[in-house]
Design a protein around this ligand. Structure first.
Ligand SMILES: Nc1ncnc2c1ncn2[C@@H]1O[C@H](COP(=O)(O)OP(=O)(O)OP(=O)(O)O)[C@@H](O)[C@H]1O
Ligand SMILES: [Mg+2]
Length: 334
C-alpha cells in the first residue's frame, strides 16, 4: 500500500528571490540591483511560529511582503496550502495568511472608527450577512484581543499604541486566517506593553491554532514566541531550525554573534564573540559568503565560494567551515 501524500505546508516560500532595480535605465551594464532576498526557502505549519531574525536591511520585511502577496518574487514561488500564490487564489485561501505591520498608525485610517477598521475585512470577504451580524463579530474580535466593545466607536487617535496594535491584530483575525505574518509587531511599543502583546499572541496561538511568521530584530521576543527560527544575513538564510536548538546551541558564526548581543545574562552564552562591523550593501554583496568580511573564522575560501544551506539533523546551516568550527562556540578560537 502506498503512503498517503504528505500535506503541503500552510505557507511555503520555495527558492524565492526578490531584487529591486535601483536605476541605470534599460542598459543592463549600468543597472544597479538591490539583492533584498536571495534564494530563500521557508515553510510554516499550523500552530508553528517561525521567527525571522537578522540585522536591519537583511530582507525581513521583504519576506513578510512576499509571504502575504504584497510583493511578487523575482524568482521562485510562494504557496499557500500548496497552491501557488501567483495564481488567482480561491477566496478561502486569499484570507488564509494575514498581515500585521510594525506601525499600527499607518495601517489604520485616522478618520474612520476602529469598528470600521475591524469590520472592513468582514465585508470584503463576505463573512457577515448583515450589519448587525458584523457589529456583533467586531465586538467579539475586540474581546478576543482584550479590548472592550465600546472601543468600536473610537478613532485610532483615541487609544494607546499598545491598544492600537491589538486593534490591528483583531483586524487580521477578522478574516479568520490560519496564519498571521507579523512584521516587527512590538517595535513601536513600551516594554510593559510589549509583554502584553506577546502574551496575547501566545493565547491566540493556543486558542485558534494560528501559525505566525514573526519578523523581529528583538531576539528576546523571538525566544518567547518562536517554535522555529530562520536567521537571515544580507538576503539569505544562513541558519534555520527548531528555536530551542538555535537559541541554546547556535551553529553558524553569524547566529553565534547575533545571539551574543541579547542583553540577558545566560551562562550558556558566556564567551560568545560579539558582533562588530556593519552589514555590507545589498547592492554589492560581498562575493562568496556575504558574512566573511565580518566573520572571525573566515579563511580565503569563504571570500570565493557561496556556502550552501546544508541539512544537519533538524536544522540547516550555511558555513563552509561548519564541521571544523564545531566546539569553538564558547571561545572564538579559530
Ligand atoms: N521597494 C524597494 N526598492 C528598493 N530597495 C528596497 C525596497 N524594499 C526594500 N529594499 C532594500 O532591500 C533590502 C532589504 O530590505 P528590508 O526592508 O526587507 O530589510 P529588513 O530586514 O526588514 O530591515 P529592517 O530591520 O531595517 O526593517 C534593503 O537593502 C532595502 O534597502
Ligand atoms: Mg523591516
Amino acid at each position: 500500500m502506498t503512503a498517503p501524500p504528505e500535506k503541503p505546508p500552510l505557507l511555503e516560500l520555495d527558492r524565492v528571490t526578490r531584487r529591486f532595480v535601483l536605476g541605470g535605465g534599460l542598459d543592463p551594464r549600468r543597472r544597479r540591483m538591490v539583492h533584498a532576498v536571495e534564494d530563500v526557502s521557508l515553510s510554516l505549519a499550523p500552530g508553528e511560529t517561525l521567527a525571522i531574525v537578522g540585522e536591519s536591511g537583511c530582507g525581513k520585511s521583504t519576506i513578510a511582503r512576499l509571504a502575504v502577496g504584497l510583493s511578487r518574487p523575482t524568482l521562485g514561488e510562494v504557496r499557500i496550502d500548496g497552491v501557488p500564490a501567483r495564481a488567482r487564489l480561491p477566496r478561502k485561501l486569499r484570507r488564509t495568511v494575514q498581515f500585521v505591520s510594525q506601525n499600527p498608525w499607518s495601517a489604520l485610517n485616522r478618520r474612520k472608527s476602529i469598528g470600521h477598521a475591524i469590520g472592513q475585512p468582514l465585508a470584503v470577504h463576505g463573512l457577515c450577512a448583515s450589519a448587525a451580524e458584523r457589529a456583533a463579530r467586531v465586538a467579539e474580535l475586540l474581546e478576543q484581543v482584550g479590548l472592550p466593545p465600546e472601543y468600536a466607536a473610537r478613532r485610532p487617535a483615541g487609544v494607546s499604541g499598545g491598544e492600537l496594535q491589538r486593534v490591528t491584530v483583531a483586524r487580521a483575525l477578522a478574516a479568520s486566517p490560519r496564519a498571521i505574518v507579523l512584521d516587527e509587531p512590538t517595535a513601536s511599543l513600551d516594554v510593559g506593553v510589549k509583554a502584553t502583546l506577546v502574551n496575547l499572541l501566545l493565547d491566540l496561538r493556543a486558542s485558534l491554532g494560528l501559525g505566525y511568521v514573526l519578523i523581529t530584530h528583538e531576539l528576546d521576543i523571538a525566544r518567547h514566541l518562536a517554535t522555529h527560527v530562520a536567521v537571515m544575513y544580507l538576503g539569505r538564510v544562513v541558519e534555520s531550525g527548531p528555536a530551542e536548538e538555535i537559541f541554546t546551541s547556535p551553529r553558524h558564526p553569524y547566529t553565534r554573534m547575533l545571539l551574543a548581543a541579547i542583553p540577558v545574562p545566560d551562562p550558556s552564552r558566556r564567551g560568545l564573540v560579539a558582533l562588530s562591523g556593519e552589514v555590507p550593501s545589498a547592492v554589492n554583496p560581498p562575493p562568496g559568503c556575504a558574512f566573511h568580511p565580518r566573520c572571525p573564522y573566515a579563511v580565503d575560501l569563504c571570500g570565493r565560494e557561496l556556502p550552501a544551506l546544508v541539512d544537519i539533523g533538524d536544522r540547516r546551516s550555511a558555513c563552509l567551515r561548519d564541521t571544523e568550527l564545531l566546539g569553538t562556540a564558547a571561545t572564538g578560537d579559530r
